[in-house]
Every structure is written in structure tokens, then in C-alpha cells.
Write a protein that binds this ligand. Structure first.
Ligand code: ADP
Length: 392
């Protein structure tokens, strides 16, 4: 069965087509600048990458073009071969703890949750509607970034603010990157041959979050009501003293919207270094002795270590620490610095093993009390797997 994994943004559409249950990736790509000028798309298959510029009026036009490419490149003979389409949804609120069919009732809840994810949920619904019209016979599913974190206990997900903020405005911790945390924790359980493993999964990309997982269930996660919680990230501040906001707003006359931009787009590695949000640029800056890059990296690593320590206690020990996503899979120095700071927990890095990028690997020494792994994430495959299980 062929299953398409879809991630729709307001002007973009990412896709990966899998042959399931073989988990074989057939083709992937992204349509960009949908509905604006200079739109284009790139597709990757058979080890080739092709970029084409073309008008993309809307998401439906993108799906229609995708069908043409699939048929022209003999990946499918007819679009009916695509039996399942899984849609990534950022915010599922307290409503969804697993992947569900895209029924009208479920879609209306996704729309209702738009106030919690104004940039993402409406765009995902636009993508879903377009997919429904182009692939009317496929089973469409909704795969939520928040679902994996729904197993958190009340005392973990509530904030110590007036209780009515929760009951009236749904203010609580939802977490994000759930599909990735679920994927790497399932893989870690396989590697460890232990379904009850206590794991600390570190999804460190441009956005970053850490989860404590026990027996395949999320116990705690660092992102909150929104993805701007927990760790210091590329451009997001993560956890800070909340009262900094009214203080700076009063001092500077900044609006709530401007504050939101400052905390989400001008903070983190970029805000401290003044150079870049990208770990590679920070690493270059450090090599050149840039003081602010050195400081930014120290703060960044400190926060990762803080969360690992916290979750170690929360889990009552740890059977493995997992690094994934852009920085986690590729930044040898960030992983090394984190592991070195965990020496008191008995973590011992292995320099040679850690010299790896983008590949599954054990990166700790044999006598490390906690094994540390790199496990490349594959959210697209997780979406396809859930969709296959519902469609088959
Ligand atoms: P997101 O999905 O949140 O946009 P990714 O998980 O793709 O992010 O991570 C992107 C980030 O990964 C980049 O911003 C960069 O900081 C980091 N990254 C990618 N490659 C490398 C590398 N070779 N060394 C260090 N960091 C890297």
C-alpha cells in the first residue's frame, strides 16, 4: 500500500510517499511559495533531486502537480494506488491522544484549536481539504504533534497560574515534536530490547525539546502551551521569568505582538550571539574566538543539561539518552559538551563513536552508566505508519 505523509504550511507543502508496510521511501519533496509569486517545487527520488519553477495557485494545484509527477515518473500508475494520506497537525489540544481519521467532527476540532496554533492548524486544514479533493478515495488521517504528550499527569501539564486560565482558555502544557519523540523512543526500545525503558529523548533542531519517556509513554516534555518553552533554541528563548515581558513592554512601549516576535524570532542562539540561529555558524564563531558565540553555546548546552538532569530524577534513573534532529544528529561538539557535563550521572562519551553525523550510532563508551545514542528522527515515516495502521 502506498501512503503519503503530508506537512502543509500556509505557503508550503512537504510530502513523502512510502510503500508500506515495507517502509520504503519512494519520493519526497516540497512545494514552496504556494499562492505567491516565484513558486517552485523540488522532488527527490532514485537519488536524484529536481527543482522546477511553476505557478502554484493553491494547495490543490500542488497536489495535482504531484499526481502528474508520480505518474510521469512511473511511481504510480493511477492515483487510486495511494490508499492513505497522513496530515501533520501541530496542535491537537486535550482532544487527541493518537492519530485519528479525518472525519468532519475531528476536522472541526482542529479548526477550533486554531487560536492555540494560529500559523499552523488553519494551514493544515487547507492542505487536508486540497488532498481530499484530489484523492477522494484515500483514507485521510490527522497526526498530532501533541498526541504523544497526552499521557502527562495533571500536576505536570498544569501551570501554577489562576486555575480559570486552564478551564476558560485551555492554558496548559501540550508539548510539541511528539511524533519525533515517539519515533525515536520506539526505536530506542527496540535497540535496548526493553519496552519499559526510561528514556530521555533530546530533539534538538532549530526548534528543540526534550522528553522523559517511560514504557513508550511520555511522562514530561519541555515545550509548553506553545513551542516557545523549555530549551534555548535557534531563535526562541524557551523558559524565562515571565515577568520580564510586562517589564520590557512598559519600559519600551513594545506591543504584545512585537514581544511575541522578539521572544520567538530574535532570541535564543541568535539573540545572544547576535550572529546566527544556526549551530554551524555558532561553531564557526567559537573557532574564531567570538565571545558572544561562546556565551550563546554555553547557555544552550547548560539548558539541555538542566533538562536531562531534571528528567533523570523524574524517571528515577535513565536507560538511554537519545539525540535527534538537526543539531542532535549533526553537532558533534554540542553532543560532546552535553555528555561531558553529565559525568556525575556516570555518562562517559566515546570521542570516536561520537564523530558521526546523521546516522544511528551509540556515542557513549562501553563503561558509560547511561548509553547515549544518535537516532535520526523520521516524523514522515511515523505519520505514514500511523496512517497505514488506520487505512489497512
Ligand atoms: P527544524 O526542523 O526545527 O527547522 P532541524 O531539525 O532541521 O530544524 O535542524 C536545523 C538545525 O540543525 C540548523 O539550524 C542547524 O543549527 C543544525 N544543523 C544542521 N546541520 C548541522 C551540522 N552539520 N552541524 C551543526 N548543526 C547542524
Amino acid at each position: 500500500m502506498k501512503v503519503l505523509s503530508v506537512n502543509a504550511g500556509s505557503s508550503s507543502l512537504k510530502f513523502t510517499l512510502f510503500e508500506m508496510p515495507e517502509e520504503k521511501e519512494l519520493i519526497s519533496g516540497v512545494f514552496e511559495r504556494i499562492g505567491i509569486e516565484n513558486s517552485f517545487y523540488t522532488i527527490k527520488f532514485n537519488g536524484e533531486k529536481i527543482k522546477k519553477e511553476t505557478e502554484l495557485k493553491d494547495h490543490k494545484a500542488a497536489f495535482e502537480l504531484l499526481v502528474k509527477e508520480l505518474i510521469n515518473n512511473k511511481i504510480v500508475e493511477s492515483l487510486d494506488e495511494i490508499a492513505g494520506i497522513g496530515h501533520r497537525i501541530v496542535q491537537g489540544g486535550s482532544y487527541f491522544d493518537k492519530t485519528v481519521l479525518a472525519t468532519e467532527d475531528n476536522i472541526s476540532i482542529v479548526e477550533k484549536l486554531s487560536s492555540l496554533a494560529p500559523l499552523h492548524n488553519p494551514a493544515a486544514v487547507v492542505g487536508l481539504r486540497a488532498a481530499q479533493s484530489v484523492f477522494p478515495n484515500a483514507t485521510q488521517t490527522l497526526v498530532f504533534d501533541t498526541a504523544f504528550h497526552q499521557t502527562m499527569e495533571e500536576e505536570v501539564y498544569l501551570y501554577p497560574v489562576p486555575y480559570e486560565w486552564y478551564t476558560k482558555y485551555a492554558v496548559r502544557r501540550y508539548g510539541a515534536h511528539g511524533t519525533s519523540h515517539k519515533y525515536v523512543s520506539m526505536r530506542a526500545n527496540e535497540i535496548l530490547d526493553n519496552d519499559e525503558a526510561r528514556l530521555i529523548t533530546c530533539h534538538i533542531g532549530n526548534g528543540a525539546s526534550i522528553s522523559a519517556v517511560k514504557g513508550g509513554k511520555c511522562v514530561e516534555t519541555s515545550m509548553g502551551l506553545t513551542p516557545n518553552a523549555g530549551l534555548m533554541m535557534g531563535t526562541r528563548c524557551g523558559d524565562i521569568d515571565a515577568t520580564i515581558l510586562p517589564y520590557i513592554m512598559e519600559e519600551t512601549g513594545m506591543s504584545a505582538k512585537e514581544m511575541d516576535t522578539a521572544l520567538n524570532k530574535q532570541s535564543g542562539l541568535l539573540g545572544i550571539s547576535g550572529v546566527s540561529s544556526d549551530s554551524r555558524d555558532i561553531e564557526d564563531g567559537i573557532k574564531n574566538g567570538d565571545e558572544r558565540c561562546i556565551l550563546a553555546q554555553k547557555m544552550y548546552v547548560k539548558r539541555i543539561v538542566d533538562f536531562i538532569a531534571k528528567y533523570y530524577v523524574e524517571l528515577g534513573g535513565c536507560d538511554a539518552i537519545i539525540f535527534t534532529a538537526g543539531v542532535g544528529e549533526n553537532s558533534i561538539s554540542t553532543r560532546m559538551e552535553v555528555m561531558e557535563k553529565l559525568a556525575c550521572l556516570g555518562v562517559k562519551p566515546d570521542e570516536e563513536r561520537n564523530n558521526v553525523r546523521g546516522k544511528e550510532a551509540l556515542i557513549s563508551a562501553d563503561n558509560s552508566k547511561i548509553p547515549v545514542y544518535v537516532i535520526p528522527t523520521n516524523e514522515e515515516l511515523m505519520i505514514a505508519t500511523d496512517t497505514y495502521n488506520l487505512a489497512k
